[in-house]
Design a protein around this ligand. Structure first.
Ligand code: DNO
Length: 351
């Protein structure tokens, strides 16, 4: 297991220096944020990012994310230009030593929550999702600003895009996704790049838009479309785990050879389609982090993990889900679980 940490670049109040001080930290997970979606990531920008991270004593092995242009998801004629650009970005990233690209195929919106600053009993604050509150939101009329929302959308632009999705159901989205995979995976095979799709978060449709990467069935379908091992997954425990139908240790045992990247975090399911993002510890939420990591050990997992969303604790103010303190606690907890599981496995269960 290689421990990594998400860093949002120079504007991130969590500096590379702080990240390096977390015990066991190996790699940074980041992206280039100032190139418009769909354009090629040029070599100069990639080289500068790699240098910055390496100068701080860390590696840059994982990109999260290279976003997929909406025209690709919509299957518009312009998709071929954007696909050619995506392939060139893959080639450029491979040239500078990037091993894994995390991405998603969610229409319009990325991850979604109903409240970004919900006070828990201990006075820390967390992100939560309540279906009834989301159902009451109207992205067409309200001024919502949520973490996964592309802030560059104007109201008119967003409404036009939502109109374009009117004819896109889950089958059509799968068709467009297959077209995407068939275009990019051969390039990954050429340059040895591992693609790792992030599950839809939460793993069910929102605002009437289809969402297709929701659990084991989606993984089977993806492998059938494109069997290359480079067609892989970011197993995000908090995203998949929001649906009780997803048995995470079983998913890791079955698909672990394609889990190039794992996001480890816990959530507490509070009701049907409702959850709070709890601290990482198993006893704080609904997921058994020990069982999840035991499954990783059983399959000999040797790829990248990162602690995922943290609560805001100790007075920290910052990007929702991405402060320093609770994620650093998460990393330390994950490292502790891993050391115990690994030593026990090596001792044949007798440690
Ligand atoms: C949320 C993240 C997601 C993820 C993208 C990957 O915290 O896990 O925004 O980065 O879906 O493309």
């Amino acid at each position: 297991m290689k421990m990594s940490f998400r860093w949002y670049g120079d504007s991130d109040p969590v500096t590379l220096e702080y990240i390096r001080q977390i015990p066991g930290m190996y790699s940074i997970v980041s992206a280039i944020y100032d190139i418009p979606v769909g354009e090629v990531w040029d070599e100069g920008s990639i080289a500068a990012l790699v240098k910055k991270v390496e100068d701080a004593g860390l590696k840059l092995d994982v990109i999260e994310s290279v976003p997929v242009h909406e025209d690709i998801k919509l299957g518009k004629p312009s998709r071929d230009r954007y696909l050619a650009n995506y392939c060139q970005t893959i080639r450029n990233l491979a040239k500078y030593g990037i091993k894994v690209i995390c991405y998603n195929f969610m229409p319009v919106f990325d991850w979604l929550r109903s409240d970004l600053d919900y006070k828990l009993d201990d006075n820390s604050s967390a992100l939560i999702f309540r279906q009834a509150e989301v159902d009451a939101m109207n992205p067409r009329t309200s001024d919502l600003s949520l973490p996964g929302w592309d802030s560059s959308y104007t109201k008119d632009g967003l409404n036009k895009l939502l109109d374009e999705y009117k004819d896109i159901d889950a089958d059509k989205l799968w068709e467009n996704f297959a077209y995407f995979l068939n275009a990019i995976i051969p390039v990954c095979d050429e340059v040895d790049m591992k693609m790792a799709i992030h599950p839809d978060d939460p793993p069910w449709p929102i605002f009437g838009l289809p969402r297709i990467i929701t659990g084991a069935d989606s993984y089977d379908k993806m492998i059938e479309i494109c069997p290359s091992i480079n067609n892989g997954f970011t197993v995000c425990t908090g995203s998949l785990g929001a649906s009780p139908a997803n048995d995470l240790p079983a998913i890791i045992r079955k698909y672990g050879d394609r889990a190039h990247f794992i996001h480890l975090r816990n959530i507490k399911i509070t009701d049907d389609h409702c959850f709070e993002e709890s601290a990482h510890l198993s006893s704080c939420g609904s997921l058994d982090m020990y069982e999840i990591m035991k499954a990783m050990s059983e399959i000999g997992f040797d790829m990248y993990v990162r602690p995922d969303h943290g609560r805001m604790i100790w007075g920290e103010k910052g990007r929702p889900g991405y402060g320093l303190f609770d994620r650093a606690l998460g990393a330390t907890y994950i490292n502790g679980l891993w050391e115990a599981i690994d030593k026990n496995a090596k001792a044949g269960g007798k440690a």
